[in-house]
Design a protein. Structure first.
Lengths: 132, 114
């Protein structure tokens, strides 16, 4: 845990390895992490879907396993999905496919691939809900 | 019910409505089986097939892909494929893609069969 340094401090809310057999569990953990970060439920729904699609891509088109790191700061979740396996090239962005969904719901989205595998970072922001 | 002859199956299935209950979570691990189940039902050419996602709380792009593919096959054989989605989280992937404006999506089973 970091935090407390300044207003930009980020807190790790999830650091999880996954494979095909743990995608269901990963979705639950993402939901819990988004709730801890204070993300409204409707926005969290999109984040759960997007991060699941990234993990599913790593499972289907990458090495079959990967790691998700979620960091929270004020009103924003920064997420990184890495696939340590040998990459066959950048994942395709096609309508109906996982990356298209991520691109649609994320505020920022970058992909990189190199000898160490593929990595996707996605940023999801939200507006604070009015306090009762 | 007696086992009908092949001709009877065809005759019966013309008026038949088939409901297929889908699981609570639909993702890459379950969508191939769902696709096969829907296609098997559609291949018997009932008048209506309902993909019942009443209990489904999550559906990903592969699940939606299975439904869309089944829908295309249904259109080809003249079967009306209807989809029931009870939870907004399961509906989201259909909304993002605009699929909900093409395929008939119902909030519950009685509405889909009505």
């Amino acid at each position: 845990m970091t935090g407390g340094r300044d207003s930009e401090a980020e807190v790790v809310v999830l650091d999880e390895h996954f494979d095909a057999s743990t995608l269901h569990l990963l979705r639950e953990r993402v939901a819990a992490g988004a709730a801890v970060a204070g993300m409204p439920e409707a926005r969290a729904m999109d984040v759960i879907l997007a991060l699941h699609e990234l993990a599913a891509n790593a499972v289907r088109h990458g090495s079959g396993a990967g790691r998700l790191l979620m960091r929270a700061a004020a009103g924003v979740l920064r997420c990184q999905v890495s696939d340590a396996g040998q990459s066959t090239g950048p994942w395709p962005v096609q309508q109906g496919h996982g990356l298209w969904i991520v691109q649609t719901v994320a505020d920022e989205f970058t992909t990189s691939c190199g000898p160490a595998g593929s990595q996707v970072t996605a940023m999801f922001g939200w507006r604070p809900e009015p306090q009762p | 019910m007696p086992v009908p002859s092949e001709d009877n199956v065809l005759a019966q299935s013309c008026a038949e409505r088939v409901v297929i209950a889908l699981p609570g979570e639909i993702d890459v691990t379950s969508s191939p089986r769902i696709r096969e189940t829907l296609l098997a039902a559609i291949s018997r050419r009932p008048s209506v097939v309902v993909a019942d996602m009443t209990a489904t709380t999550f559906c990903d792009s592969s699940g939606m892909g299975a439904i869309v593919y089944a829908y295309q096959q249904a259109v080809e054989v003249g079967t009306d494929l209807r989809v029931v989605i009870g939870h907004s989280a399961a509906r989201r992937v259909f909304e993002l893609q605009g699929v909900d404006t093409v395929i008939g999506i119902y909030p519950n089973l009685p509405a889909a069969l009505g």
